[in-house]
Design a protein around this ligand. Structure first.
Ligand SMILES: *[C@@H]1O[C@H](CO)[C@@H](O)[C@H](O)[C@H]1NC(C)=O
Ligand SMILES: *[C@@H]1O[C@H](CO)[C@@H](O)[C@H](O)[C@H]1NC(C)=O
Ligand SMILES: *[C@@H]1O[C@H](CO)[C@@H](O)[C@H](O)[C@H]1NC(C)=O
Ligand SMILES: *[C@@H]1O[C@H](CO)[C@@H](O)[C@H](O)[C@H]1NC(C)=O
Ligand SMILES: [Cu+2]
Length: 590
């Protein structure tokens, strides 16, 4: 899968666009059974015509998942809806039609409001779908997809990083349309209860509907969720408060000149999949719903909780004035001690919780830039559009700063690989069309979500998963419920022979994996040696991960029945891959 298409589209935008008018209309009838959103002005907005750093970084509204009574947080119930509305991504871009989360149509935003939860205080959320009959973006019925027979946009909400019973997990088939008029086969309840018993940290909520996740997220169905516990976190002394503790939700998007979101109506391999493309890359980088925003900062420490919510883009982030990131957490959990890094490689859905100290800035401006090739790692280098993220404007005066980066953060259970009761091989395959050589679909272990569960761990146990990537791309592996970490990465030697055997037998042991996974070891970066819920899996390597099906804060079993229906899933978090069909059941059994 090559990123070249994107670059060429920019270089010859006019030519491509002329073709697109016709192709779009023709494909739309077969692919999403509806016309493209734009009929008049279909000029792809080549993002270069938008001036950078003119919009201020928005602070998303906060919705509190608890109320204070006699000094203690107590439970509340929330209703959060999904609405179609207009959103301004840039001062000079007409308002864009999006799908947005909010407690009302008027207050809905892209991304949605940040839900503030308190550790130990359960939160019940009724997720409501107020979306219209038709999707604003194309989708493809030839990949396994939720289809609402009576119209409407199927949606279901997953809290990424959440540790909760599977009935509240937002199973891909637990979707529902507006007014719960129609529901998917595993739908049971309109209200999800999140126990919030896990470590304080940053999570995010987003759509997870079978086959529609890429389009629903692209349309805007995503938002942050922060669990806090002042008793545990205050002593750490990290920057806090609305001003100095900020969520940055990164998302890449392309736009038409009329402001609407651009998504290609024509598949890479339209004879097989009329619309599906292996990776969506947008030319404009948005942060908290603004393209290339700026933030005025004072000379002190800030905490940024960076969440990559792009469909397929990895970010290799750095600051142009050389200021380092003090990484304090990743994927909802704290590190045991801070790690200083000048570059952060953030995969899709991965989060990094960092502190930047602007008092050390030798410049008055610092751009946050991105150097990750797309697709990662062997695609094109970023250009001067998607290579820029946002700008910090550093105020001259020094200010008082009582915050710090402590030497010690929080401890969780040890990796303890020797505790593993089960070893599993998880193999990532890409299938290409023999004629065009273009990808047609991706599977894990040669299977789809619909095939019976093969990963059936027992609650309370530890397992070792040997994850083998036989595709040319890096894939961010995401497990629901469980926390895991990479402990070893080995290059596969004689990969062609191994691949040929695997294509035939689909059995790592019989294909002598132990004789192939012996190449040069690759170190797991220090700031990724923590309990994570997304791990980047390099092509041509075997990554050994230790997976804990228990509370990594305490080592104790889940305080709820994790073996209930409908079960969880694990998948690649490149949304275009997840939809076709790099997703498998994860069914805990007693
Ligand atoms: C849309 O995808 C088709 C098929 O891959 C490609 O030919 C076309 O150039 C793409 N359009 C744009 C604007 O990238
Ligand atoms: C990130 O970019 C820096 C500078 O361009 C480079 O040295 C580093 O190797 C990159 N990291 C990854 C993981 O690609
Ligand atoms: C962030 O980067 C990865 C690459 O792993 C990409 O596939 C992913 O979809 C991005 N978006 C999110 C939401 O993480
Ligand atoms: C695996 O290794 C054994 C012993 O070296 C060999 O006999 C066998 O042919 C190998 N199997 C495959 C599928 O390569
Ligand atoms: Cu993938």
């Amino acid at each position: 899968m090559r990123g070249g298409e994107v670059e060429r589209a920019v270089a010859v935008a006019v030519v491509v666009l002329v073709l697109m008018v016709g192709a779009g209309v023709a494909a739309a009838t077969t692919s999403s059974r509806q016309p493209p959103p734009v009929t008049g002005d279909v000029l792809l907005k080549v993002a270069g015509s938008l001036e950078m750093y003119v919009d201020e970084l928005p602070r998303m509204a906060k919705v509190y998942g608890f109320s204070m009574r006699h000094g203690h947080p107590t439970p509340v119930r929330l209703t959060v809806g999904m609405y179609q509305k207009k959103w301004k991504f840039h001062r000079d871009l007409p308002a864009t039609t999006v799908f947005a989360f909010g407690t009302s149509a008027g207050s809905a935003t892209f991304p949605g409001p940040t839900i503030e939860a308190a550790q130990w205080v359960p939160l019940s959320v009724t997720w409501q779908n107020h979306l219209p009959a038709r999707h604003i973006l194309p989708w493809d019925p030839t990949v396994p997809t939720a289809v609402a027979r009576r119209g409407g946009v199927p949606t279901v909400v997953h809290l990424h990083g959440g540790v909760h019973p599977s009935q509240f997990d937002g199973h891909a088939n637990a979707w529902f349309t507006a007014g719960f008029r129609e529901t998917g086969p595993t739908w049971t309840t309109p209200t999800y209860t999140y126990p919030n018993l896990q470590s304080p940290g940053v999570l995010w909520y987003h759509d997870h509907t079978l086959g529609l996740t890429r389009a629903n997220l692209l349309a805007g169905l995503l938002g942050a969720y922060v669990i806090r516990n002042p008793a545990v976190e205050k002593p750490l002394g990290l920057p806090c408060g609305d001003e100095f503790d900020r969520v940055l939700m990164l998302a890449d998007r392309s736009f038409y000149a009329d402001g609407s979101i651009y998504m290609n109506y024509t598949g890479d391999n339209p004879n097989i999949h009329p619309q599906w493309q292996p990776e969506y890359f947008g030319e404009a980088i948005t942060v908290n719903g603004k393209a290339w925003p700026f933030l005025a900062v004072v000379r002190r420490r800030y905490r940024f909780r960076i969440i990559n919510t792009s469909n397929a883009r990895y970010f290799n982030l750095s600051l142009t004035n050389g200021l380092p990131f003090h990484v304090v957490g990743s994927d909802t959990n704290y590190l045991s001690k801070p790690v200083t890094a000048t570059h952060l490689l953030v995969s899709v859905a991965e989060t990094f919780d960092v502190v930047v100290d602007f008092s050390e800035s030798t410049t008055t401006e610092a751009e946050l830039v991105n150097t990750a090739p797309y697709p990662y790692p062997d695609g094109d280098a970023p250009n001067n559009l998607n290579g820029k993220v946002m700008k910090f404007v550093v105020q001259p005066a020094k200010v008082r700063d009582d915050s710090m980066v402590p030497t010690k953060l929080l401890d969780y259970v040890n990796v303890a690989e020797e505790d593993a009761v089960q070893k599993r091989y998880i193999v990532m395959y890409e299938y290409d069309d023999a004629v065009s050589n273009l990808p047609t679909h991706l599977y894990i272990n040669g299977k789809r979500l619909e095939d019976p569960a093969t990963e059936t761990p027992r609650p309370g146990t530890t397992e070792v998963w040997e994850v083998i990537n036989l595709t040319p791309d890096n894939h961010p592996l995401h497990l629901h419920l469980a926390s895991f970490q990479a402990v070893r990465i080995r290059r596969l030697v004689d990969q062609d022979a191994f691949q040929t055997c695997m294509t035939k037998l689909n059995d790592a042991v019989r294909c002598n994996v132990s004789a192939h996974a012996v190449g040069s070891p690759v170190a797991v970066p220090e700031h990724e040696r923590s309990w994570k819920n997304v791990v980047k899996i390099s092509p041509g390597h075997m990554t050994t991960i230790v997976v804990k099906f228990l509370m990594v804060e305490t080592g104790k079993p889940y305080p709820f029945d994790a073996a209930g229906e409908p079960g969880y899933v694990y998948h690649c978090h490149i949304l275009d891959h997840e939809d076709n069909a790099m997703i498998r059941p994860l069914k805990l059994i007693k």
